[in-house]
Design a protein around this ligand. Sequence first.
Ligand code: OAD
Ligand code: ZN
Length: 254
Amino acid sequence: MSLQTLVRKAAKIIGDSNYVVVFTGAGISAEAGIPTFRGAQGLWTKYRPEELATPKAFKKNPKKVWEWYVWRLEIILRSKPTLAHRIIAELERRGIVKVIITQNVDELHQDAGSRRVIELHGSIRRARCTKCSYKTKLMEIPREIPPHCPKCGALLRPDVVWFGEEVPRVAFEESMREASICDSMIIIGTSGVVFPAAYIPIIAKSKGAILIEINPSRSALTSYVDIHIGTEASKALKAIYLELKSLGIINDRD
Ligand code: OAD
Ligand code: ZN
């Protein structure tokens, strides 16, 4: 099927839905210059997750783990939301998209103006205390590495989910609820191999939602989806947006 046919079908599904949920992964931020995890250029080809993104690694060498997060934070603080992030925010503003469930830790959805964002894996732009309830935004790189808690003096850690840790329960339960009520879900830029996040589209499908995937490659979720648009996030979303306009689902007066 040609790209245009797939885009037309996707726009029609979105237009027919009362409740659209967006589910994103690192691929949506690739065009912003933020490295993904898997694939030829992915972080996990250069780094070993178990040496950097686990509670054990942090315990053994908090400085090394923080240095890696600081490197990523520097990239993220410099980056801007992509056209894909901005189109999703616009679709939310127009009441078409109801919520964005993301595995990303870069907060680019929020920067683009999205309001309902469920963060399944936390945010690299926050740190929290390993002992008390102190939490802080990281608007810049911490001066001391590893940073310590201003309240109790214990080590601060990135407010992200590491391998072997549970995803935040409230965020996961809310995502499951959203997945079970949506009419369609747009899955963008995820390999779909990290659980429990990858259950979310599967639950949506089992509850009757139509799945649209945007990813230049096939993913572990591709066999579940109804439409696979094999191109970059910004290109695909721009085409869908234009199609929604020509179908009259979006008009410039709103
Ligand atoms: P991955 O790095 O596993 O997958 C990125 C996906 O994005 C791949 O399927 C690419 O084909 C696709 N992609 C690349 N460029 C794209 C573009 N321009 N437009 C659309 N798609 C594109 O990233 P995630 O699936 O997000 O977890 O990874 C899931 C989790 O694994 C992450 O949240 C992180 C990681 O370990 C934790 O840190 C807990
Ligand atoms: Zn503390």
